[in-house]
Design a protein around this ligand. Structure first.
Ligand code: SF4
Ligand code: FES
Length: 218
């Protein structure tokens, strides 16, 4: 984790979480300077509000910040979202707790290949993972509440269990599913992606997580 303290904002960058979507270096190459040796993050070249906006646009949560000027920190969104990325991870945005750690944004592995599970580390590209970003819409009723805490628990050798209000949207923003208890495939083998269909049991998928003995059935 890199930390760079500016006059008004402390910026943090977690290289292990970065999925190289490059919003930061394309939006503000003066703040996040690509392809240089040594110091590459320059918080004082942007206003605190601009830095906050940059961080909020980072889907993986690799960029986070702390305001040192008394300004507001990152708020939870009004609608908790899981965005299904074509041939890539699940991008989650909400008042999250992931494997016991608080977060607002994260990209979670769904190809089964990441060395940094439950987070995406970009391995899907080398693995040639293919999975649509436009899964079919499932019938679902509007949620009574669209925000609030979401707990994401990787199940040992199995899926991601998500509890709390969540809306699943396709890459183009179409609603795919809504619910307050959803199980997402993270072995890469489900025939019903992005949801778990139990295939992980047949394929011998292995991954750290909460022991199956204490889980609810998907
Ligand atoms: S994931 Fe975040 S830190 Fe990584 S390139 Fe994209 S915007 Fe930048
Ligand atoms: S985790 Fe992939 S089918 Fe269950």
């Amino acid at each position: 984790m890199e930390e760079v303290r500016g006059k008004h904002v402390l910026l943090r960058f977690d290289g292990q979480r970065c999925i190289h979507a490059r919003h930061c270096v394309l939006s503000r190459p003066d703040v996040f300077v690509p392809n240089v040796e040594g110091e590459w993050i320059h918080p004082d070249r942007a206003t605190p509000e601009e830095l906050a906006e940059l961080a909020h646009a980072c889907p993986s949560g690799a960029i986070t910040y702390e305001r040192l000027d008394g300004g507001p920190g990152e708020r939870a969104p009004v609608v908790n979202l899981v965005r299904v990325r074509e041939h890539g991870p699940l991008a989650v945005h909400g008042e999250l707790t992931i494997a016991g750690q608080p977060a607002r944004r994260a990209t979670l592995c769904r190809c089964g290949q990441s060395a940094n599970k439950p987070y995406c580390d970009g391995s899907h590209t080398a693995a040639g993972f293919t999975a649509t970003g436009e899964p079919a819409t499932r019938p679902s009723a509007p949620l009574a509440r669209r925000d609030g805490p979401v707990t994401i628990t990787p199940i040992q050798n199995g899926p991601l269990r998500c509890t709390g209000a969540l809306e699943v949207v396709s890459g183009t923003g179409r609603t795919v599913e809504r619910g307050d208890k959803l199980f997402f495939c993270r072995c890469g083998q489900s025939a019903n992606k992005p949801f778990c269909d139990g295939t992980h049991k047949r394929t011998g998928f292995t991954a750290d997580g909460e022991p199956p003995a204490s889980r609810s059935k998907p």
